[in-house]
Design a protein around this ligand. Structure first.
Ligand SMILES: N[C@@H](CCC(=O)N[C@@H](CS)C(=O)NCC(=O)O)C(=O)O
Length: 212
């Protein structure tokens, strides 16, 4: 009998969208179960997974009889229900969600370029070239936003930081970097110094796993 209070995250080790809630859980030290979804084999399009996620994607979080999809909805839920990585004022809580909405518009270009580079050699170069300026502009925007700041919102790390960093984490696989973006690079160092931090290939298992 599954404990309804136990968090269950369905995801994939190659997925930045899965990494976002996975990073939240790892940094929080919360116990959870991980269920792997093999994207290469197309398990995300099979009826059992579509019953959880109508979009045929990862991640999915199950908790207390609820089924949540969309990584930023999951981050919002985790922050609200656990109080971790939540901003302290109502204005900052709204700002954190504003960053997540922007991330979904803009940093998604970074994920797209990386996706084509890593998984879709069949995609014509012109298509990748179309998305690359938007990806680079998103990285520049984050860098400027962090000039003089430790975190995107308030004085502490919030879901805004985890969501934005989690989505851009695979940028090197798409030929992008923070090398000439010192404020964003320092922010990444701060994240990487947090207890429990790990990069996706070290954090997300290839098999089902229990954490805590
Ligand atoms: N907006 C969604 C994006 C989810 C997404 O793109 N997931 C990818 C992996 S990062 C996926 O499941 N791809 C497999 C597919 O679309 O078939 C979120 O934030 O959760």
């Amino acid at each position: 009998m599954t404990d309804p209070d136990r968090l269950v995250l369905h995801g994939s080790f190659t997925s930045s969208s899965s990494y976002k809630p996975m990073l939240f859980l790892a940094l929080s030290g919360l116990p959870f179960s991980f269920r792997t979804v093999n994207l290469k084999k197309g398990v995300q399009k099979e009826p059992a997974h579509l019953a959880l996620n109508r979009y045929g994607q990862v991640p999915v979080l199950q908790h207390r009889g609820l089924t949540l999809v969309m990584s930023n909805v999951i981050l919002d839920y985790l922050a609200r229900t656990t109080g971790k990585f939540e901003a302290t004022s109502e204005q900052d809580r709204l700002h954190a969600r504003e960053w997540l909405a922007w991330e979904n518009d803009a940093i998604t270009n970074v994920a797209r370029v990386r996706h084509f580079a890593r998984f879709r050699p069949d995609v014509p170069q012109q298509i990748v070239d179309y998305f690359r300026p938007g990806a680079e502009a998103a990285l520049d925007f984050i860098d400027r936003a962090l000039d003089g700041r430790r975190w995107l919102v308030g004085e502490q790390c919030t879901i805004a930081d985890l969501g934005c960093f989690g989505r851009l984490v695979f940028m090197a696989e798409g030929g992008m970097s923070l090398d000439k973006r010192p404020h964003a690079a320092a922010w990444r160092e701060r994240l990487m110094a947090m207890p429990g931090f790990a990069l996706p290939y070290d954090l997300i298992p290839k098999k089902d796993a229990e954490f805590g």
